[in-house]
Design a protein around this ligand. Sequence first.
Ligand SMILES: *Cc1c(COP(=O)(O)O)cnc(C)c1O
Length: 373
Amino acid sequence: MSIPFIDLQAQRKALGPLLDEAIKRVLERGDFIQGKEVQEFEEALSLFTGAVHSLTCGNGTDALTLVGMAEGLGAGDAVFVPAFTFVATAEAFSVLGATPYLIDVDPITFNLSVESLKQGIADSKLAGLKPKMVVAVDLFGQPANYNSIKDVSEEHGLILVADAAQAFGASLYGKRVGTLADYTTLSFFPAKPLGCYGDGGAILTDLDGKATLIRSLMQHGKGGEKYDNVNIGLNSRLDTIQAAILLEKLKVFEDELSSRNEIAKRYSKSLEEFAETPSLIEGAISNWAQYTIKLERRDEVQSKLKEVGVPTAVYYPKPLNQQNAYMHYPVVSSGVTVSEKLASQVLSLPMHAYMPEKTQQQIIEHVIDAITQ
Ligand SMILES: *Cc1c(COP(=O)(O)O)cnc(C)c1O
């Protein structure tokens, strides 16, 4: 039996010739940079999420860096990030010379802990840093607890950023990801729920002035004319071919979201008595970028599953405070013990919108066997 962890080819088959035709249209027109579909896709993103401005860029990491640049982050500025995330959440601000300040996450949702954030803000001031920004990550597709986080960010004058690289299409109390923070960043890396066939990203915001600034920053700090440069920026754009692919994929995305939710429901129903299955906060709808369970004997279960041909993944085996390049950054005084524990417990199971029910049943049986044996 050969089960894919994420089956991108099944999606390609389901879309039929639409993707090839979309790519061909760009090839024939030749507007590879900032072409027709880039603008169309940005409009579609705003329509889908409700965000006023959608600005596509090169990837999800650049999206975060561009937000940091738009807010003028630099030396002495503290950016609060969860220790349990993909490295880009911190890296994007390290490159600007700002200080990623590592805080802990909630053991149930894996998302930013508000208590830990409060502690981090107090600590950072004592350490002589300026608390500037908090980056909440919507890990595995579940929105962070924005209502509580917003109370804290507003009280302390922090800019609130949603690193929603994994959470496009998710929502909180009926509000779509893209409208839950001052800035939302997205990634269209192929394995993300809405993925292109290369790198891609976007920034969503309702802030008019900042949107204009980011539009300039992502094109070498461009001014009104082509060779007029008013800011020091980056070269970070979404290719027209990728935008064309994303436009086609967005048309079936709602259906894919329903399918992912069905699959997650089936996993939970079958596995909840054998492992700690995911729980959502009140009002949250996940896009199930990953379906991640918690296990005490995780490594043993993972290797048993590998033997029987069930692929799984560990996101993430090390919290940021244990990564060589990030060890020197400050950690909240109350510690990131939840992040450290989760790194040894989490296991993500195969998840994609095109998984046949029969395949899922086989996976479930193998997971139960591996846990109970
Ligand atoms: C994927 C991811 C990113 C980075 O996105 P890229 O497009 O690969 O640069 C950032 N943050 C999180 C949480 C991610 O999962």
